[in-house]
Design a protein around this ligand. Structure first.
Ligand code: XMP
Length: 319
């Protein structure tokens, strides 16, 4: 795509000129927007860029390692990469908290605190990178930013990081253009075509209190679900699909034993804009395979449910 070629080249040149010998800091989530923004900066200024990746312990199975494999020292790019393993810290803060809004707030605030602490260690920076894309800009322009931002960004901008200016290289792009730019830049396809994943991560896919054990359960169930959906080739039209952990335990039997374990809920939706969605019809044999694998392979689960609800009245995520 020649247009994307020239956008990428022009932007990299402009970034190089603007930043000069300045120091740049980026909060990398592993999502497509922040990844593309980071790679552009890395191509423009190399090691003047430091990316901080906060692993809050609410990522999908192996996701932290996947991000590190691409952006870390063994990875594909010239940049400084710092991975902060803050799992325990987040679990501690979330202990005993059941209210969905409180959970979101705690995760967002803690994220900012961790990021600020890392920024302090790095010292004075000149620019902060954000993967803002055009739809975010429009939302803000319509005055809805207060609501939408608290919902869509992990935690907004850090207050205690000094920088001269915000750099937003994707401000004029729509999502599909960000993906094209990502491919143009040689970012692996599994990152470029990643499903949307909320900032609070599995925190909003575990109903009620979050614990390390519940995270393990939902990660393992979700990995099985994604694997089987991909294997069956039914992922093409799905807007989003994932497993969530209900806060319900129920009675089951395993051999001669009575069990009292959790129920996993599977969700898959068709949507064009994520504002409304309908539940997708996943073939019964695929659901059967996923169900038998989850109850057999994931300790602590004895029941699997499928969510048939559209949005509205349900939301896509569970909290
Ligand atoms: P809901 O659950 O509101 O989700 O129907 C609509 C879309 O937004 C994603 N989502 C989020 N994305 N931060 C994000 O970056 C968030 O806090 C957040 N909450 C929901 C959700 O995955 C879906 O694609």
């Amino acid at each position: 795509d020649w247009k994307m070629d020239s956008f990428v080249d022009t932007t990299i040149k402009a970034l190089r000129e603007k930043i000069g010998s300045g120091k740049v800091l980026c909060a990398l989530s592993g999502g497509v927007d922040s990844s593309v923004a980071a790679v552009m900066l890395s191509k423009a200024i190399g090691k003047q860029l430091t990316c901080v990746f906060v692993d809050h312990g609410l990522l999908r199975k192996n996701e932290g390692d996947e991000v590190e494999a691409v952006f870390g020292p063994e990875g594909h790019y010239d940049l400084n990469f710092i991975r902060v393993n803050a799992q325990e810290r987040f679990y501690e803060k979330l202990k005993g908290v059941e209210d969905p809004e409180k959970k979101r707030k705690i995760i967002g605030e803690e994220f900012i605190r961790v990021f600020e602490e890392e920024a302090k260690k790095i010292g004075a920076v000149d620019y902060l990178v954000q993967g803002t894309i055009y739809p975010d800009v429009i939302e803000s322009g319509l005055g809805k930013s207060a609501v939408i931002k608290s919902h869509h960004n992990v935690g907004g901008l850090p207050e205690h990081v000094d920088f001269k200016e915000l750099v937003e290289p994707l401000r004029l792009l729509f999502k599909d253009e960000v993906r094209k730019a990502g491919l143009e830049l040689g970012i692996p396809e599994y990152l470029v075509f990643r499903q949307p994943f909320p900032g609070p991560g599995l925190g909003v896919r575990i109903i009620g209190e979050v614990t390390a054990d519940k995270v393990r359960i939902v990660q393992d169930a979700d990995a099985i679900y994604r694997e089987e959906i991909a294997k069956a080739g039914v992922d093409k039209n799905l807007g989003q699909y994932f497993a969530a952990l209900t806060n319900m335990r129920s009675v089951g039997c395993m051999g001669d034993e009575r069990t009292y374990d959790y129920a996993i809920a599977l969700r898959a939706v068709l949507t064009s804009d994520f504002m409304t969605a309908e539940s997708a019809q996943i073939p019964w044999e695929v659901l059967g395979k996923v169900t038998s694998r989850i109850v057999n392979e994931v300790k602590g689960v004895n029941r699997v449910l499928y969510d048939c609800t559209g949005k509205p009245p349900a939301t896509i995520e569970f909290e």
